[in-house]
Design a protein around this ligand. Structure first.
Ligand SMILES: [Zn+2]
Length: 427
């Protein structure tokens, strides 16, 4: 399987140009010169667009992809024949609009998504179109060993599939891990908070489930999810930053392509140094962003040991005006703003998406953060920079993990159709 991680962007009207191009905001593979290459390219472009925008009309597909009407008609027909999409005629579709068919991804094609975190493991089923069809979460006690997680995942996977209202075919597995993951072979090189080191987790999961598996760092996966289905939908250049109990993770998308780096480690923004930082980080350095803009330090100011992240907004709201808390929020916002200014200089994004505790920090003082970024940036880089909060909440890792797995198939829909046909027959 090829492994260029590509996220879509919306740039309606952008016409593809060889070798790799934005088409309808979707970065598509090199077209090649033969008719087979053209066919694969067109199938990929249309299926990806339908996957990212379920219910898109044929007229919109023409506009988004730059393919002409008769090509769109032919390609959609081929995808319908392969049972990867289905069409709903305008009269069947609720609401009036232009008389053009709406195209939806097949309802029964799905990937499993797996997310082992510090205190629980979650398994979800994600359909084409990014729909979360089912999810089960099981708390784990203490630091679970990889073998324990794999056996829990097997159990949860069969349970969650059995509970689905309609049968699906599972084409593979995407897995998000809070640690450094070598993309090529799914080895978790270092997940310090789980105490996993050089764990061949992808291979272990694949053996247990009998399915192909892709494993990536959780923040990189969340970056893709937010860019495809969340706050950054349609944005070609964005930086994502997430704060949690395990620190700060992130990722970047430039020109519609996710930052990966040689081994897939690119985007460890939590371990970039910030001004005045004195604390030692678990990575061995001193003054990392994640030791300064830090959830535990925020909780200490609030006088709390532990807060469910979904309740952090309310906690900060209730503490408004408390000097110690305001001071700590201001301190963290100032440092975060400097880091965002640095990232803006490196990546020149049009959007910064903040997730988890960083979303709460932004929400506590959105104007203060924006002003601090503007004051602490090289002006041309931050002038039109939008800072927003992540949208996908607790499903971000599942949706993103499934997306990472589906990317290779989205590039070759004929192969996906073949596999789906075989799996449907076996079912
Ligand atoms: Zn560090």
């Amino acid at each position: 399987m090829t492994d260029a991680e590509i996220a879509p962007t919306t740039a309606p009207g952008v016409v593809p140009a060889a070798p790799a191009a934005l088409a309808g905001g979707l970065l598509v593979p090199a077209q090649g010169s033969g008719p087979e290459d053209t066919r694969r390219h067109n199938l990929s472009t249309i299926l990806t667009a339908v996957h990212h925008r379920p219910g898109v009309t044929r007229a919109e597909l023409t506009r988004l992809t730059g393919l002409n009407r008769s090509t769109v008609l032919k390609v959609v027909a081929e995808l319908v024949e392969g049972a990867l999409v289905h069409e709903v005629s305008p009269s069947e579709h609720a609401g009036r609009g232009r008389p053009s068919s709406h195209v939806y991804p097949a309802r029964d094609v799905a990937a499993l998504a797996v997310y082992p975190d510090l205190d629980a493991v979650t398994v979800g089923v994600i359909g084409l179109g990014g729909a979360l069809l089912g999810r089960l979460r099981r708390p784990t006690e203490g630091r679970a060993r990889p073998e324990q997680i794999v056996s829990l995942v097997s159990q949860l996977a069969s349970d969650v599939i059995a509970q689905l209202p309609e049968p699906v075919v599972i084409v593979g597995v995407g897995c998000a891990v809070p640690g450094l993951v070598r993309a090529a072979d799914g080895v978790v090189v270092d997940a310090p908070h789980m105490d996993w080191h050089d764990v061949p987790f992808g291979a272990m999961l694949s053996d247990a489930l009998g399915l192909p598996v892709q494993v990536r760092n959780d923040a990189r996966i969340a970056t893709v999810a937010e860019a495809v289905f969340g706050a950054g939908r349609g944005v070609a250049d964005l930086v994502y930053l997430n704060g949690s109990y395990s620190g700060i993770g992130g990722g970047a998308i430039t020109g519609g392509v996710t930052l990966r780096g040689r081994d897939g480690y690119g985007g460890e923004f939590g371990h970039t140094r910030v001004d005045g930082g004195r604390e030692r980080c678990h990575c061995g350095r001193t003054g990392c962003l994640e030791t300064e803009v830090n959830l535990r330090r925020l909780l200490a100011a609030l006088g709390r040991d532990d807060v469910d992240l979904s309740e952090l907004d309310d906690e900060l709201d209730a503490a408004q005006g408390r000097p110690g808390v305001e001071q700590e929020i201001d301190r963290q916002i100032g440092i975060l703003a400097g880091a965002i200014g640095d990232l803006a200089s490196v990546f020149n994004p049009s959007m910064v998406v903040l997730g988890g505790a960083l979303g709460s920090l932004w929400s506590a003082a959105p104007d203060r953060l924006a002003a601090a970024v503007a004051a602490d940036s090289f002006a041309p880089m931050s002038g039109d920079l939008t800072i927003v909060r992540a949208e996908l909440g607790s499903r971000v890792h599942l949706v993103g993990a499934a997306e990472i797995f589906m990317l290779a198939y989205l590039r070759d829909p004929a192969q996906l159709a073949e596999r789906v046909a075989r799996l449907r027959q076996e079912a």
